[in-house]
Design a protein around this ligand. Structure first.
Ligand code: AMP
Ligand code: TRP
Length: 331
Protein backbone atom coordinates (compact mmCIF):
# COMPACT_ATOMS: atom_id res chain seq x y z
CA UNK A 1 0.00 0.00 0.00
CA UNK A 2 1.22 3.49 -0.84
CA UNK A 3 1.88 5.77 2.12
CA UNK A 4 -0.33 8.81 2.21
CA UNK A 5 0.30 12.51 2.45
CA UNK A 6 -1.50 15.82 2.10
CA UNK A 7 -0.14 18.94 0.46
CA UNK A 8 -1.86 22.03 -0.82
CA UNK A 9 -1.73 25.48 -2.31
CA UNK A 10 -3.84 28.51 -1.50
CA UNK A 11 -6.11 29.75 -4.29
CA UNK A 12 -4.78 33.28 -4.09
CA UNK A 13 -3.85 33.88 -7.74
CA UNK A 14 -2.05 32.41 -10.71
CA UNK A 15 0.28 29.52 -9.95
CA UNK A 16 3.86 30.26 -10.98
CA UNK A 17 7.04 28.30 -11.64
CA UNK A 18 8.02 28.74 -7.95
CA UNK A 19 4.91 26.79 -6.94
CA UNK A 20 5.54 24.31 -9.73
CA UNK A 21 9.19 23.64 -8.88
CA UNK A 22 8.78 23.94 -5.11
CA UNK A 23 5.71 21.75 -4.77
CA UNK A 24 3.72 20.49 -7.76
CA UNK A 25 6.64 18.88 -9.58
CA UNK A 26 7.44 16.80 -6.49
CA UNK A 27 3.77 15.83 -6.16
CA UNK A 28 3.80 14.51 -9.72
CA UNK A 29 7.09 12.68 -9.27
CA UNK A 30 5.78 10.91 -6.15
CA UNK A 31 2.41 9.82 -7.55
CA UNK A 32 3.40 6.17 -8.00
CA UNK A 33 5.04 5.72 -4.61
CA UNK A 34 2.66 7.76 -2.44
CA UNK A 35 -1.05 8.38 -2.37
CA UNK A 36 -1.24 12.17 -2.50
CA UNK A 37 -4.20 14.23 -1.38
CA UNK A 38 -3.90 17.67 -2.95
CA UNK A 39 -5.93 20.40 -1.39
CA UNK A 40 -7.02 23.72 -2.74
CA UNK A 41 -6.85 25.33 0.67
CA UNK A 42 -9.51 28.03 0.48
CA UNK A 43 -9.90 28.32 4.27
CA UNK A 44 -6.25 29.33 4.45
CA UNK A 45 -6.77 31.87 1.68
CA UNK A 46 -9.44 33.78 3.62
CA UNK A 47 -7.08 34.58 6.52
CA UNK A 48 -5.99 37.64 4.50
CA UNK A 49 -8.08 40.24 2.68
CA UNK A 50 -9.66 38.72 -0.46
CA UNK A 51 -12.46 39.28 -2.93
CA UNK A 52 -15.46 36.94 -2.40
CA UNK A 53 -16.49 37.29 -6.05
CA UNK A 54 -13.06 36.09 -7.25
CA UNK A 55 -12.85 32.97 -5.08
CA UNK A 56 -14.75 30.47 -7.16
CA UNK A 57 -12.70 31.22 -10.30
CA UNK A 58 -9.48 30.97 -8.32
CA UNK A 59 -10.41 27.55 -6.97
CA UNK A 60 -11.18 26.28 -10.48
CA UNK A 61 -8.00 27.87 -11.86
CA UNK A 62 -5.94 26.07 -9.23
CA UNK A 63 -7.60 22.76 -10.15
CA UNK A 64 -6.84 23.40 -13.84
CA UNK A 65 -3.19 24.10 -12.99
CA UNK A 66 -2.91 20.93 -10.88
CA UNK A 67 -4.38 18.75 -13.62
CA UNK A 68 -2.58 20.43 -16.50
CA UNK A 69 0.77 20.14 -14.70
CA UNK A 70 0.27 16.38 -14.53
CA UNK A 71 -1.63 15.33 -11.41
CA UNK A 72 -3.46 12.18 -12.40
CA UNK A 73 -6.90 11.89 -10.78
CA UNK A 74 -6.69 8.09 -11.07
CA UNK A 75 -3.66 8.06 -8.80
CA UNK A 76 -4.18 11.13 -6.64
CA UNK A 77 -7.02 12.87 -4.86
CA UNK A 78 -7.71 16.52 -5.66
CA UNK A 79 -10.00 18.20 -3.14
CA UNK A 80 -11.30 21.51 -1.85
CA UNK A 81 -10.47 22.06 1.81
CA UNK A 82 -13.77 23.72 2.75
CA UNK A 83 -15.75 20.74 1.38
CA UNK A 84 -14.24 18.53 4.09
CA UNK A 85 -15.43 20.02 7.39
CA UNK A 86 -13.21 17.66 9.40
CA UNK A 87 -10.32 20.00 8.54
CA UNK A 88 -11.71 22.84 10.62
CA UNK A 89 -13.04 20.48 13.30
CA UNK A 90 -9.61 18.89 13.63
CA UNK A 91 -8.02 22.34 13.72
CA UNK A 92 -10.19 23.15 16.73
CA UNK A 93 -8.98 20.07 18.60
CA UNK A 94 -5.40 21.04 17.79
CA UNK A 95 -5.98 24.71 18.71
CA UNK A 96 -6.75 23.46 22.19
CA UNK A 97 -3.39 21.72 22.60
CA UNK A 98 -1.22 24.39 20.89
CA UNK A 99 0.30 27.13 23.07
CA UNK A 100 -0.20 30.63 21.62
CA UNK A 101 3.55 31.25 22.03
CA UNK A 102 4.26 28.51 19.44
CA UNK A 103 2.21 30.19 16.72
CA UNK A 104 3.33 33.71 17.59
CA UNK A 105 6.92 32.84 16.78
CA UNK A 106 6.22 31.48 13.27
CA UNK A 107 8.19 33.73 10.84
CA UNK A 108 5.42 34.03 8.21
CA UNK A 109 3.01 35.14 10.92
CA UNK A 110 5.40 37.72 12.32
CA UNK A 111 6.04 39.10 8.82
CA UNK A 112 2.35 39.34 7.92
CA UNK A 113 1.44 40.82 11.28
CA UNK A 114 3.89 43.63 10.48
CA UNK A 115 2.60 44.13 6.91
CA UNK A 116 -1.15 43.98 7.43
CA UNK A 117 -2.38 47.47 8.14
CA UNK A 118 -5.80 46.34 9.31
CA UNK A 119 -4.35 44.05 11.98
CA UNK A 120 -4.36 40.27 12.13
CA UNK A 121 -7.38 38.06 12.65
CA UNK A 122 -7.61 34.86 14.70
CA UNK A 123 -7.50 32.80 11.49
CA UNK A 124 -4.09 34.13 10.55
CA UNK A 125 -2.70 33.33 13.99
CA UNK A 126 -4.16 29.84 13.81
CA UNK A 127 -3.16 29.33 10.15
CA UNK A 128 -0.38 26.83 10.92
CA UNK A 129 -2.71 24.86 13.20
CA UNK A 130 -5.19 24.41 10.34
CA UNK A 131 -2.23 23.36 8.20
CA UNK A 132 -1.24 20.79 10.86
CA UNK A 133 -4.84 19.52 10.78
CA UNK A 134 -4.66 19.16 6.96
CA UNK A 135 -1.49 17.12 7.28
CA UNK A 136 -2.45 15.01 10.31
CA UNK A 137 -5.92 14.00 9.08
CA UNK A 138 -4.24 11.89 6.40
CA UNK A 139 -1.46 10.67 8.74
CA UNK A 140 1.05 12.15 6.30
CA UNK A 141 4.59 10.84 6.60
CA UNK A 142 6.10 13.40 4.22
CA UNK A 143 4.97 16.82 2.98
CA UNK A 144 6.43 18.14 -0.29
CA UNK A 145 6.53 21.96 -0.15
CA UNK A 146 8.87 24.84 -0.90
CA UNK A 147 11.45 25.91 1.67
CA UNK A 148 9.33 28.78 2.99
CA UNK A 149 6.96 26.22 4.51
CA UNK A 150 9.63 24.51 6.64
CA UNK A 151 8.78 26.45 9.84
CA UNK A 152 5.12 25.45 9.46
CA UNK A 153 6.13 21.81 9.23
CA UNK A 154 8.37 22.13 12.25
CA UNK A 155 5.33 23.37 14.16
CA UNK A 156 3.23 20.49 12.80
CA UNK A 157 5.78 18.05 14.22
CA UNK A 158 5.61 19.81 17.59
CA UNK A 159 1.83 19.53 17.56
CA UNK A 160 2.07 15.84 16.62
CA UNK A 161 4.43 15.24 19.55
CA UNK A 162 2.15 17.17 21.89
CA UNK A 163 -0.87 15.12 20.80
CA UNK A 164 0.89 11.76 20.93
CA UNK A 165 2.47 12.59 24.30
CA UNK A 166 -0.82 13.51 25.88
CA UNK A 167 -3.31 11.14 24.26
CA UNK A 168 -1.20 8.21 23.04
CA UNK A 169 0.59 7.40 19.81
CA UNK A 170 -1.74 8.39 16.99
CA UNK A 171 0.09 10.43 14.34
CA UNK A 172 3.41 10.00 12.51
CA UNK A 173 5.84 12.95 12.48
CA UNK A 174 5.78 14.22 8.88
CA UNK A 175 9.09 14.97 7.22
CA UNK A 176 9.58 18.05 5.00
CA UNK A 177 10.24 17.00 1.40
CA UNK A 178 12.05 19.72 -0.56
CA UNK A 179 12.23 19.33 -4.33
CA UNK A 180 14.96 20.60 -6.67
CA UNK A 181 13.39 24.06 -6.83
CA UNK A 182 12.79 24.53 -3.10
CA UNK A 183 13.37 28.27 -3.39
CA UNK A 184 12.99 30.16 -6.67
CA UNK A 185 13.66 33.89 -6.46
CA UNK A 186 11.74 36.81 -7.95
CA UNK A 187 12.80 37.93 -11.45
CA UNK A 188 12.57 41.59 -10.45
CA UNK A 189 13.84 41.47 -6.85
CA UNK A 190 16.05 38.39 -6.75
CA UNK A 191 16.78 38.66 -3.04
CA UNK A 192 13.12 37.85 -2.37
CA UNK A 193 11.30 34.64 -3.24
CA UNK A 194 9.20 34.50 -6.38
CA UNK A 195 5.70 35.28 -5.20
CA UNK A 196 2.31 36.42 -6.42
CA UNK A 197 2.50 39.33 -4.02
CA UNK A 198 5.47 40.94 -5.84
CA UNK A 199 3.44 41.47 -9.02
CA UNK A 200 3.21 39.61 -12.36
CA UNK A 201 6.58 40.83 -13.68
CA UNK A 202 8.30 39.04 -10.82
CA UNK A 203 7.04 35.57 -11.71
CA UNK A 204 6.38 33.30 -14.66
CA UNK A 205 2.85 31.90 -14.44
CA UNK A 206 2.17 28.35 -15.59
CA UNK A 207 -0.36 29.83 -17.99
CA UNK A 208 1.85 32.61 -19.43
CA UNK A 209 2.03 32.51 -23.24
CA UNK A 210 5.51 32.27 -24.83
CA UNK A 211 5.80 35.96 -25.69
CA UNK A 212 5.08 36.91 -22.08
CA UNK A 213 7.69 34.44 -20.79
CA UNK A 214 10.27 35.92 -23.18
CA UNK A 215 9.41 39.48 -22.16
CA UNK A 216 9.56 38.75 -18.43
CA UNK A 217 12.87 36.92 -18.70
CA UNK A 218 14.42 39.60 -20.88
CA UNK A 219 13.76 42.09 -18.08
CA UNK A 220 14.96 39.79 -15.27
CA UNK A 221 17.54 41.46 -13.05
CA UNK A 222 21.04 39.98 -13.42
CA UNK A 223 23.99 42.03 -12.26
CA UNK A 224 23.28 44.63 -9.64
CA UNK A 225 26.74 46.16 -9.40
CA UNK A 226 29.72 44.90 -7.41
CA UNK A 227 29.01 41.83 -5.29
CA UNK A 228 32.57 41.33 -4.04
CA UNK A 229 33.32 38.51 -6.49
CA UNK A 230 30.16 36.62 -5.50
CA UNK A 231 27.63 35.64 -8.14
CA UNK A 232 24.76 38.15 -8.02
CA UNK A 233 21.41 36.84 -6.70
CA UNK A 234 19.63 37.41 -10.05
CA UNK A 235 22.29 35.56 -12.04
CA UNK A 236 22.31 32.75 -9.51
CA UNK A 237 18.54 32.43 -9.86
CA UNK A 238 18.78 32.25 -13.68
CA UNK A 239 21.42 29.54 -13.39
CA UNK A 240 19.21 27.63 -10.96
CA UNK A 241 16.32 27.83 -13.43
CA UNK A 242 18.65 26.74 -16.21
CA UNK A 243 19.84 23.75 -14.16
CA UNK A 244 16.20 22.65 -13.88
CA UNK A 245 14.73 23.55 -17.27
CA UNK A 246 17.71 23.16 -19.63
CA UNK A 247 20.05 20.32 -20.57
CA UNK A 248 23.35 19.77 -18.75
CA UNK A 249 25.16 20.88 -21.94
CA UNK A 250 23.32 24.17 -22.10
CA UNK A 251 23.95 24.81 -18.42
CA UNK A 252 27.64 23.92 -18.80
CA UNK A 253 27.98 26.12 -21.86
CA UNK A 254 26.66 29.26 -20.14
CA UNK A 255 28.45 28.50 -16.88
CA UNK A 256 31.72 28.38 -18.79
CA UNK A 257 30.98 31.73 -20.46
CA UNK A 258 30.11 33.16 -17.06
CA UNK A 259 33.38 31.91 -15.53
CA UNK A 260 35.30 33.36 -18.48
CA UNK A 261 33.37 36.62 -18.08
CA UNK A 262 32.26 36.57 -21.71
CA UNK A 263 28.62 35.73 -21.02
CA UNK A 264 25.90 37.72 -22.77
CA UNK A 265 22.89 37.65 -20.54
CA UNK A 266 20.51 38.39 -23.42
CA UNK A 267 21.59 35.12 -25.07
CA UNK A 268 21.34 33.17 -21.85
CA UNK A 269 17.85 34.55 -21.21
CA UNK A 270 16.69 33.70 -24.74
CA UNK A 271 17.87 30.13 -24.39
CA UNK A 272 16.33 29.82 -20.94
CA UNK A 273 13.05 31.22 -22.30
CA UNK A 274 13.07 28.58 -25.08
CA UNK A 275 13.59 25.80 -22.56
CA UNK A 276 10.96 27.05 -20.11
CA UNK A 277 8.50 27.47 -22.97
CA UNK A 278 9.07 23.90 -24.12
CA UNK A 279 8.24 22.60 -20.60
CA UNK A 280 5.30 24.94 -19.98
CA UNK A 281 3.89 24.71 -23.53
CA UNK A 282 2.25 21.29 -23.07
CA UNK A 283 0.95 22.34 -19.63
CA UNK A 284 -0.63 25.40 -21.20
CA UNK A 285 -2.21 23.35 -23.99
CA UNK A 286 -3.68 20.83 -21.53
CA UNK A 287 -4.96 23.69 -19.40
CA UNK A 288 -6.72 25.17 -22.42
CA UNK A 289 -8.36 21.83 -23.23
CA UNK A 290 -9.48 21.29 -19.63
CA UNK A 291 -10.92 24.77 -19.40
CA UNK A 292 -13.42 23.70 -22.07
CA UNK A 293 -14.65 20.90 -19.79
CA UNK A 294 -15.90 22.68 -16.65
CA UNK A 295 -18.29 19.83 -15.73
CA UNK A 296 -15.46 17.31 -15.76
CA UNK A 297 -13.36 19.50 -13.46
CA UNK A 298 -16.27 20.21 -11.11
CA UNK A 299 -17.23 16.51 -10.82
CA UNK A 300 -13.64 15.58 -10.19
CA UNK A 301 -13.32 18.11 -7.36
CA UNK A 302 -16.56 16.97 -5.74
CA UNK A 303 -15.62 13.31 -6.02
CA UNK A 304 -12.08 14.00 -4.74
CA UNK A 305 -13.48 15.89 -1.76
CA UNK A 306 -15.82 12.98 -0.95
CA UNK A 307 -12.95 10.50 -1.07
CA UNK A 308 -10.78 12.74 1.09
CA UNK A 309 -13.62 13.12 3.57
CA UNK A 310 -13.89 9.37 4.10
CA UNK A 311 -10.25 9.19 5.13
CA UNK A 312 -10.40 12.40 7.16
CA UNK A 313 -13.53 11.28 9.02
CA UNK A 314 -11.88 8.11 10.25
CA UNK A 315 -8.82 9.91 11.61
CA UNK A 316 -10.91 12.68 13.10
CA UNK A 317 -13.07 10.20 15.03
CA UNK A 318 -9.95 8.44 16.24
CA UNK A 319 -8.55 11.76 17.51
CA UNK A 320 -11.85 12.66 19.18
CA UNK A 321 -11.98 9.26 20.83
CA UNK A 322 -8.44 9.63 22.17
CA UNK A 323 -9.40 13.01 23.56
CA UNK A 324 -12.39 11.58 25.37
CA UNK A 325 -14.95 13.22 23.13
CA UNK A 326 -16.96 10.22 21.92
CA UNK A 327 -20.04 9.77 24.11
CA UNK A 328 -22.42 7.52 22.21
CA UNK A 329 -20.80 4.75 20.23
CA UNK A 330 -22.54 3.87 17.01
CA UNK A 331 -24.30 7.22 16.79
P1 AMP B 1 1.74 29.58 -1.90
O1 AMP B 1 1.72 30.18 -3.24
O2 AMP B 1 2.39 30.43 -0.87
O3 AMP B 1 0.41 29.00 -1.47
O4 AMP B 1 2.72 28.32 -2.01
C1 AMP B 1 2.34 27.08 -2.53
C2 AMP B 1 3.51 26.12 -2.56
O5 AMP B 1 4.51 26.61 -3.47
C3 AMP B 1 4.23 25.94 -1.21
O6 AMP B 1 4.67 24.61 -1.11
C4 AMP B 1 5.38 26.88 -1.33
O7 AMP B 1 6.46 26.50 -0.51
C5 AMP B 1 5.74 26.76 -2.80
N1 AMP B 1 6.38 27.99 -3.28
C6 AMP B 1 5.82 29.23 -3.34
N2 AMP B 1 6.68 30.14 -3.82
C7 AMP B 1 7.84 29.45 -4.06
C8 AMP B 1 9.12 29.83 -4.58
N3 AMP B 1 9.39 31.08 -4.94
N4 AMP B 1 10.06 28.87 -4.71
C9 AMP B 1 9.80 27.59 -4.36
N5 AMP B 1 8.61 27.17 -3.87
C10 AMP B 1 7.64 28.07 -3.73
N1 TRP C 1 0.63 27.04 3.84
C1 TRP C 1 0.79 26.46 2.55
C2 TRP C 1 1.30 27.54 1.58
O1 TRP C 1 1.06 28.71 1.71
C3 TRP C 1 -0.46 25.86 2.00
C4 TRP C 1 -0.93 24.70 2.82
C5 TRP C 1 -2.05 24.65 3.61
C6 TRP C 1 -0.32 23.42 2.92
N2 TRP C 1 -2.17 23.42 4.18
C7 TRP C 1 -1.13 22.64 3.80
C8 TRP C 1 0.84 22.87 2.37
C9 TRP C 1 -0.79 21.36 4.14
C10 TRP C 1 1.16 21.56 2.71
C11 TRP C 1 0.36 20.81 3.59
O2 TRP C 1 1.90 27.19 0.64
Amino acid sequence: MRQRYFSGIQPTGELHIGNYLGAIKSWIGLQDTYEGIFGIVDYHAITEPYKPSAMSKRVIDAALDYLAAGLNPNKSIIMIQSLVPEHTEMAWLLNCITPVSWVERVPTYKEKAKQLKIGVNMGLLSYPVLMAADIMLYKSTIVPVGEDQAPHLELTREIVRAFNGRFGDTFPEPQTYLGSGARIMSLTEPTRKMSKSLGPQSYIALSDPPYVIRAKLSKAVTDIGPTGGEISPGTKNLFQLMSIFSSAETYGHFKKLYDEETIRYSEMKEKLADDIISVLGPIRDRRQELSLKPDYVRDLLIEGSHKAREIARETFLEAKDKMGLIYFYGE
